[in-house]
Write a protein that binds this ligand. Structure first.
Ligand code: APR
Length: 278
């Protein structure tokens, strides 16, 4: 990102300025980057918040270190911790949040270009965000396969196994079956890699509920044009947000900030309508 960007009307905490920009003709393609922080108010813990984060609560699964739950080497030796977590996180038990409904609202206003999500809870889809706008960068529970021979495993049978806390094994080679969730060290899905260039079409980047600690996802934040303002909506400051002249940093709970922004946009009724439908 070169520094010859023309200074934007936006400044650090400027919700009115942000709303004005979103309504202007300059803003047609909004790209989102979201993480576990957008689902905490749905009851799904994030990973790294102190006390409440999953990584400080997995100790009961006696892991060598918290991230082991998403490491293929550990899974191969002991799939029980992951299957225990999968049982707790399995899609279907949780309701989308107002922040998920805001993403759908952007799509209804024909402003949503792409929603890059790190989450595996499928709440974006469940909130009614069109599937062709969602890039699940860290995969999802939608499909699964044997970690040894890669043979795909039946969806319904996998759901049964996870809900019954049973380890699914490949019918051909007896290897462990793992949902197509991206484990540390695994390749991200093809549609993520082929969508990275979408960042260049963004007129506005909104980053919500993520610590921006995991690569290559976090590096998307530095791929937008220098004329594209970046907005962080997060409890704490993360990454290099705030370092560019047109960065907007809105610290706090995303549901509250999203509501304030929708008030400024005159979209509060729309937001409530969509959320009431979830
Ligand atoms: N509103 C705004 N921000 C929030 C909220 C909330 N209600 N709740 C939590 N946050 C913030 C936290 O302060 C933190 O900065 O969201 C961020 C969540 O960060 P992480 O727990 O690290 O989650 P995430 O960034 O999605 O993790 C990325 O790590 O373990 C891997 O694959 C896993 O996709 C995950 C990746």
């Amino acid at each position: 990102r070169s520094h010859n960007s023309k200074p934007k009307v936006l400044s650090q905490k400027d919700i009115p300025g942000l709303a004005k920009y979103i309504k202007s003709n300059d803003c047609k393609n909004i790209v989102l980057m979201i993480g576990a922080g957008v689902s905490t108010s749905a009851g799904i813990p994030d990973f790294r918040s102190p006390e409440t984060g999953l990584y400080s609560n997995l100790a009961r699964l006696n892991l060598p270190h918290p991230e082991a739950v998403f490491e293929i080497g550990f899974f191969r030796r002991n799939p029980v911790p992951f299957y225990t977590l999968a049982h707790e996180l399995y899609p279907g038990k949780f309701r989308p949040t107002p922040t998920h409904s805001f993403i759908r609202l952007l799509s209804e206003k024909s402003l949503l270009h792409t929603c890059f999500t790190q989450n595996i809870d499928t709440l974006e889809r469940r909130a009614g965000v069109p599937g062709d706008k969602i890039i699940e960068a860290h995969g999802s529970f939608a499909t699964q396969r044997c970690i040894d021979c890669k043979r795909s495993f039946d969806d319904a049978k996998m759901k049964e196994h996870i809900l019954a806390k049973k380890i699914a094994r490949c019918e051909r080679c007896n290897g462990y079956v793992k949902p197509d969730i991206v484990f540390f060290g695994e390749q991200l899905p093809d549609n993520f890699l082929s969508s990275i260039s979408n960042m260049l079409e963004a007129d506005l980047l909104i980053i919500m509920g993520t610590s921006l600690t995991v690569q290559p996802f976090a590096s998307l934040a530095d791929m937008v044009k220098d004329t594209c303002p970046r907005v962080l909506i997060n409890i704490d400051r993360v990454g290099n947000l705030g370092s560019m002249p047109d960065d907007v940093v809105l610290l706090g709970k995303c549901d509250e900030i999203v509501r304030d922004l929708c008030k400024e946009l005159g979209w509060e009724e729309d937001l409530d309508r969509l959320w009431s439908e979830t």
